[in-house]
Design a protein around this ligand. Structure first.
Ligand SMILES: Cc1cc2nc3c(=O)[nH]c(=O)nc-3n(C[C@H](O)[C@H](O)[C@H](O)COP(=O)(O)OP(=O)(O)OC[C@H]3O[C@@H](n4cnc5c(N)ncnc54)[C@H](O)[C@@H]3O)c2cc1C
Length: 304
């Protein structure tokens, strides 16, 4: 046990959370890539989160945030310092009435969608198949099939890691655009979201969710580990179409491959490393730039 691990274990003992040391992070992301996290901590409430943040701040320990790890590429060396693993921590989920749901950042997005459906509330059907946490979806304004989180968002609760102060911020005071939010710049940690939905028909909502899930299964390589779309939608057209037209489907570097089912996905066909994926992403970007004059911007976030 390192000195930091020992001191963190002592510091966090009194709080409600789960601590893992030298935990393989490949277990906590959908790409199944990534070395050990020196300290991996799941806070079960905001107090535990604040205590972990205070330790990182007071001891100059690096801090990383992970939701369900479905939009990240993690270094093979792993992550030094504290990784806050928020999925299944902060899991309060409450219907407040009048179409408003309060949902903790650690709730799987799919669970929130089912909860809304059970309460006959429409608006979140688009999000049903997105395999992230609510915090991760709020962080990057997740979206699909013409919907995005912003459309159903009332406000976000977040904590400033520098001060430990929590704040509820209404959507009107936040920047929310395509795969771009205030939280991608301000470093705050999202602890909950408030979602405003409309009354709907339970069966119709369920049917829509199932229809969209069917479309996903038909078009995406869900049988392979990946982090979803590797690149954001460019100014013109779709990243997948550009990549396909450049003849890159099936192109591999080590265990990383451009999916033959959906060119927008880089998949891990077995034993892919961080270096394999980053090199394949470089090849894709260069080729799309050369053939189509289009710059692709990564959607996947690198944690190292
Ligand atoms: C098969 C597949 C299909 C996908 N389809 C879609 C899709 O249709 N639409 C779409 O938008 N995305 C899609 N994704 C990508 C991904 O599911 C979303 O981006 C999702 O919102 C990420 O959530 P997460 O909890 O997994 O975040 P993570 O991958 O854990 O983290 C992503 C980023 O968010 C930050 N973060 C996470 N939680 C918090 C928090 N509470 N506070 C502050 N920062 C935080 C992390 O530090 C990291 O920078 C897909 C991924 C896969 C594997």
């Amino acid at each position: 046990m390192t000195d930091t691990q020992k001191r963190f274990s002592d510091h966090i003992k009194a709080y409600n959370g789960e601590l893992l040391l030298d935990e393989p992070l490949s277990r906590h992301c959908t790409f199944r890539i990534g070395g050990p996290g020196e300290i991996v901590y799941t806070p079960r409430d905001e107090k535990a989160l604040t205590a972990a943040l205070a330790f990182a701040r007071d001891n100059g320990v690096p801090l990383h945030i992970l939701g369900n790890g479905s939009n990240v590429l993690i270094a093979d060396e792993g992550l030094k310092g504290i990784t806050l693993l928020l999925i299944n921590g902060l899991t309060d989920l409450v219907y407040l009435g009048d179409g408003l749901i309060a949902c903790g950042a650690g709730v799987p997005l799919k669970r929130l969608c089912v909860f809304a459906q059970e309460h006959a509330l429409t608006g979140l059907e688009f999000a049903y198949g997105i395999p992230g946490s609510v915090g991760g979806a709020l962080y990057m304004n997740a979206g699909a099939y013409g919907g995005e989180i912003k459309q159903v968002l009332a406000s976000v609760r977040s904590v400033d890691p520098r001060t430990g102060e929590a704040e509820d911020t209404p959507l009107s005071e936040l920047e929310y655009a395509y795969r771009n939010t205030s939280f991608m710049k301000n470093g705050r940690i999202i602890t909950a979201g408030y979602f405003r939905l409309e009354p709907g028909d339970r069966d119709a909502i369920a049917a829509k969710m199932n229809e969209l899930m069917g479309r996903r299964k038909a078009s995406q390589p869900l049988e392979w580990p990946s982090a979803g779309s590797t690149f954001k939608r460019p100014k013109e057209g779709y990243a997948a179409a550009h990549i396909d037209e450049c003849g890159l489907k099936g192109r591999s570097v080590g265990g990383a491959q451009v999916s033959t089912k959906h060119a927008g996905f880089v998949i891990n066909t077995g034993g892919a490393t961080f270096a394999d994926v980053t090199e394949l992403m470089r090849v894709i970007r260069d080729e799309v730039q050369r053939q189509h004059g289009m710059t692709l911007e990564p959607e996947v976030e690198v944690l190292k």
